[in-house]
Structures are given as C-alpha cells and as structure tokens.
Ligand binder design. Structure first.
Ligand SMILES: Cc1cc2nc3c(=O)[nH]c(=O)nc-3n(C[C@H](O)[C@H](O)[C@H](O)COP(=O)(O)OP(=O)(O)OC[C@H]3O[C@@H](n4cnc5c(N)ncnc54)[C@H](O)[C@@H]3O)c2cc1C
Length: 248
C-alpha cells in the first residue's frame, strides 16, 4: 500500500491532517491502532467520564511514582480509538492564550504568534454563538469543528459566572474572543447532542473522498532511506508490512 502521505494515529492532529491533505488533492493513508468510536460511551457527551477509564479506548498509561503524592502513580489517559484523545476528552473548547503564542514566537517559533495562528483557529471552527454575534475577526463560522455553548437552561450556569464577578474576578462574553480572561459561558465541541470529535469533524468527511484511507494497525517504526522517511512499518493482524509514502 502506498500514498502521497502516511499519517500515524487518527487522533486530533491526524484526523485534521488527513482532511486538509486530502482536500488539497493528496492521497493519504491513516494508520490507527485503536478501533471504532461507535456507541454511546464516546458519542454521547453525558457519558464523558466512561471512555477515559476504559481499557478499550485508553492506552492505560500511568505516571512514574509521584514523590509529593505519597508515591502514587497517576492515571494519564490517552485515546486509543478513532478520533484519539478527542474521542475521550472533556470536550471543553478553550484556545491557548494569545500571550503564550506571542511568547513562543518571541522565543524563536516563527509564525506561531497569535496573529499567525488566528486564521487557522477561525478556519477550523464553526461557532454557534447562541445569539452573541461574535467577533468575525476572531471567530469562524464555516469550519468542520462545531463549537457550541449549550442551552444553559440551568440557572446555576449563569449564577456561577455572576458569582465569579462578585468574588472579584473579571468577566468575559467570549473567552475565545478578544478578552480571554474572566468568567464566562463555557464552550464545547458538542453538536446536536453528539461529541464533535476530530473523527466526526475531520476523519469521516475525509474518508468519503477517494484519496483517503484508514488502516488499522500498530506503527512500529518510520522507515528511512538516505535520511528521508519513505514509509511506516506496521503490525497489522499477525503480519508486518510497510506502508509507503511517495511525497517528497
Ligand atoms: C481524559 C482527557 C480529557 C481531556 N480534556 C480536554 C478538554 O476538555 N479540552 C481540550 O481542549 N483538550 C482536552 N484534552 C486534551 C486533548 O484531547 C488532546 O490534547 C488532543 O486530543 C491530543 O491530540 P493528538 O493528535 O496530539 O493525540 P491523540 O488525539 O491522542 O492521537 C494520537 C492517536 O495516535 C494513535 N497511536 C498512538 N501510537 C500509535 C501507533 N504506534 N500506531 C498507530 N496508532 C497510534 C492513538 O491511538 C491515537 O488515536 C483531554 C485529554 C484527555 C486524555
């Protein structure tokens, strides 16, 4: 098997890459060790505490013994399923802080200042702003990743924000907009009652294209020739095979 690009892992990054590369007309093979994300544990947002604790969906990593926690080893979940950690995460949608991006840029990460990454934040999201209106310079409305605020019918959702103000903290209408600090409505990658994982947002639409294929397997190593990656060796069932990448 071969394609222009081989992507290891159908997680947040892998699904997005598969979508954007196949959209650009490149052929893509995505290798994922985990299995299906079908079923309510992943798709139903209210079940969020289950998949992150299930061996079927989580790699089961533990930290080293923590000396300041009485030597306990802590669970450190990572998704092992289509959609990767976006299929087992808490679905809370918060962009990194603009000042963090700007600091990384000042430290040498060219192009990673907030102005540099903002077009990509906008391009990825389809923000359903619940009547807020939104700042079109900062929020996107036609990307694959649905972001919602939920109905917030429970009066405690508003009381919590008010309580933050009364306690002396700042408030914000939109913590993913211009003012990132403060108490305000929480945003989530949930759409029409479904977890809007990277698999739902990006991988499923990509797989509908002829040039994107998903292969179930465990990547063992990147195959190098003259210092260039030319493929990925995977375990697939009882076989070992190499999936080749053509692009240069
Ligand atoms: C429990 C939990 C709660 C979280 N809550 C939030 C939240 O509320 N909001 C938020 O923004 N972020 C949250 N995160 C973080 C966020 O989900 C992750 O940062 C993000 O999904 C990581 O994306 P990734 O592409 O780097 O890796 P992943 O999405 O983890 O993707 C890696 C993929 O690679 C596959 N893989 C790994 N090794 C191999 C191999 N050798 N061969 C084949 N496949 C392989 C894995 O199975 C997986 O599918 C949470 C994460 C967890 C685990």
């Amino acid at each position: 098997m071969q394609a222009d690009y081989v992507i290891i892992g159908a997680g947040s990054a892998g699904c997005t890459m598969a979508y954007r590369l196949s959209e650009a007309g490149k052929s893509v093979i995505v290798i994922e060790h985990g299995g299906t994300d079908a079923g309510p544990f992943i798709q139903m947002p209210g079940a969020l505490s289950y998949p992150m604790n299930m061996a079927r969906y989580d790699w089961g990593y533990r930290s080293e013994p923590e000396p300041h926690l009485g030597g306990r080893r802590l669970a450190t979940p990572r998704g092992k399923v289509i959609g990767g950690s976006s299929s087992i995460n808490g679905m809370v949608y918060v962009r990194g802080h603009a000042r963090d991006f700007d600091t990384w840029s000042e430290m040498g990460a060219d192009g990673w200042d907030y102005a540099g990454v903002l077009p990509y934040f906008r391009r990825m999201e389809n923000w359903h702003d619940s009547g807020h209106g939104g700042d079109p310079a900062r929020r996107g409305h036609d990307g694959p990743l649905h972001v919602t605020r939920g109905p917030r019918d429970n009066p405690l959702t508003r009381a919590f924000v008010e309580a933050g103000g009364q306690a002396g903290y700042q408030l914000t209408d939109d913590y993913n907009g211009e003012k990132q600090e403060g108490f305000g409505p929480m945003e989530a990658t949930i759409w029409q009652g479904t977890r809007w994982s990277a698999a739902n947002a990006y991988l499923r639409p990509a797989l509908k294209r002829d040039n994107c294929t998903l292969v179930r397997g465990l990547a063992r190593r990147v195959v190098l020739k003259n210092g260039r990656a030319i493929g990925v060796e995977i375990n697939r069932g009882s076989k070992t095979e190499v999936i080749r990448a053509r692009a240069r």
